[in-house]
Design a protein around this ligand. Sequence first.
Ligand code: PEP
Ligand code: MG
Length: 891
Amino acid sequence: MSKFVYMFDEGNGQKRELLGGKGANLAEMTRIGLPVPYGFTISTEACNAYYDAGKALTSEVELQILKALSQLEEKTGKKLGDASNPLLVSVRSGAVHSMPGMMDTVLNLGMNDQTVEGLAKLTNNPRFAYDSYRRFIQMFSDVVLKVDAFYFEQLLEEVREEKGYASDPEMLAEDWKDIIEGYKEIVKKHAKRGFPEDPYEQMFLSISAVFDSWNNQRAIVYRRLQKIPGHLGTAVNIQSMVFGNMGSDSGTGVAFTRNPSTGEAKLYGEYLINAQGEDVVAGIRTPQPIVTLANEMPEVYQQFVDTCNLLEKHYKDMQDIEFTVERGELFILQTRTGKRTAQAAIRIAVELVQEKIISKNEALLRVDPEQLNQLLHRRIDDSVEKTPLAKGLPASPGAATGIVVFSADDAERLAKDEERVILVRPETTPDDIHGIVAAQATITSRGGMTSHAAVVARGMGKACICGCEALNIDLKGKQFKVGEVIVREGDVVTIDGSTGEIILGEIPMIEPELSDEFQLLLTWADEERKLGVRANADNPEDAKKAFNFGAGGIGLCRTEHMFMDANRIPVVQDMILAESSREREEALSKLLPMQQEDFEGIFEAMDGLPVTVRLLDPPLHEFLPDKEELLIEVTKLQLTAPDSEELKEKELLLRKVRHLDEFNPMLGHRGCRLGMTHPEIYVMQAKAIFYAIATMKQKGIDVKPEIMIPLVGHVNELKEMRELVIKAEQLVKHETGVEFDYLIGTMIEVPRAALTADQIAEEADFFSFGTNDLTQTTFGYSRDDAEGKFLQMYIENKLLPENPFASLDQEGVGRLVETGVKLGRTIKPGLKTGICGEHGGEKQSIQFCHEIGLDYVSCSPYRVPLARLAAAQASIKNDLTQSVSALQVQK
Ligand code: PEP
Ligand code: MG
């Protein structure tokens, strides 16, 4: 018989897959002797068995639950449903990967008309007992019977008003009794059944509901976002209740062992006196900062601080801990690795190394490269005068500008139309997750730093401000007021999640800088990685940015971008439209110094580092006006100014545009095919590069140029282009008298090039895999059409695991890259190889590049730090796998 249920003292922290994160940690804390209310965990395997049985608990699982329950009863000396000494339990979800707030929970289970009386007597606190009972009815009905919480809130509000109370603590036991009767009526009306009084029925129904919540909408969205597989299932934890709402000597709270926003090594959290756990995370009352607990309950505070230190040392990472104080006694309800911003992740990892708790390699593996994106975003320029409209809690750093919206649905709808939105809510619930995803940032008027909005925003790296009580939000009227100022839906605001400030209008932003800890972590990464990291940059500014982010050179300079400038495009058009070779030469001679100047700037920024310059790639019509627009202009002119010069010019342009028009430009007249038919363009570019080299050399700059020929499919193309470049080199050397070295290589971006890479290697000093085009040409997809039309559907239906333009398709495109490297190196063993498609800045693709032995990856300047870290992680992981297999061989 399989085992599906584990008492807390049967498990341990290693059994996450089986017990879920929460269950494993509860077991571990029980094992190390912390004050954890006793209970048991129903495993993730039971969840899968539940789904296999068509969403039903099998009798085997039910039997094991009953057995565990009786063990729990024995240990606590209480019994489920016993009117004189009732056991009350919580039923909580707990998946392998933490999914905060995404699944359901039921608290105070075991209450009914009899046990409530027992609890009242036992605690000598009828007010507390009836309050707990009504909370249970409300939560159970919401989670299990699917009765909207709104009906209960409405009744509560009515009674409160009728009695003239400002808040819940003013309610008397008798008031709660009335409310309970009202609640039961609501259940009858909306659930079409009576509220179940039998605690066993309550328990089994709650367990099923928690299993069901694994597949609720928000859990599915969250899993998709976090790439958590759907087959894992959730465990369910049944734990005896402790109560934080038993009076002013009780309370509940959440704390992080370090600041999850900045990483500062200081206890960070909040609590509420006389409240239950849900009150803190739901953000309904704004809680007190944890330090004030030192005054209110000094002994409990000290015990809690000691426990936090112990847990952090035990898990060797920052912990997110939930606790409850019941009549002066501290209980730990949960510990988990705390979610954190990128800034905090870096600082915590670095400081844990400095505190000798973890190794440098462990620190490198702790930070998710994708998360680094958050730090490389722009922030508000401090030098600009600004008057904040209001200030809330700085819940998640980063700055954002956008139009104000008041519902998650509006946020999603407008963001789809490319609108930047800021979601404003009194508080957020897990049902708002799609709005938080779509918005640039979220603001709430209630709730603390551990409220739902804050936790979710930090996890996503989005700016967030919480508890901004100055905001008087009118959801129906779609506006908020701060004093006399009214901000309506559609108005623009800027927020700074690091200071909590909300500012009217758009505020200028500045470029990011890397913190000291970030720099240090990256130097550790550099010591570890084998892959070089270069940047794709087309102008001196980007080259400088890339250098500051630690790029080891330029892996791709797309020269066509230099032509797009407003001053240059007319000259480029003259070159394309030239009727004679003299006219064309004239235009080219104007372009040459322009390009040369750019190359000089780039070489200077990359002094001592390699710079790969690619000759012209896109089809020429990309530099001409759009055909349809031109046609309209010509038609208009034919009617209004039939004899004008302008019409003649436009007609000529239109003829040329038509002549260059292609059925399929992606596979058309581009790349080295242009160089073959218009060698004078490539010659001009090569000369501009060589003149720039000569000038820079004379200035004492160490230039390491690499000239790259795009879209080669046959070795003969490369051979011809190589000869052409060499001729230009000789000419410039002769003219300037300056000697220099350089490489000529090719991009591999069509399958034929990869498959004949041995032949191509004969003519190439290096290969750079252009995996953007290689993905297009391998799949036979045109990227714009695929992403706009069918790719999303393919991914949603799991036909493809991921977008192959974002993460390299290792089985297909990757195999071609691997083949290309192997074939190339059969001819030239030390052949330099790199990748310059967008995949060069994506962590899984970088791992693959490491495994197949590329020399470098090249990516956008902003992704350079990410790539440095990902390359180090690839190397560490590879070494770990190798030592594990070496051990297995020894055995
Ligand atoms: C590529 O194809 O991967 C590449 C880098 O070139 P481009 O994106 O300019 O086509
Ligand atoms: Mg390309």
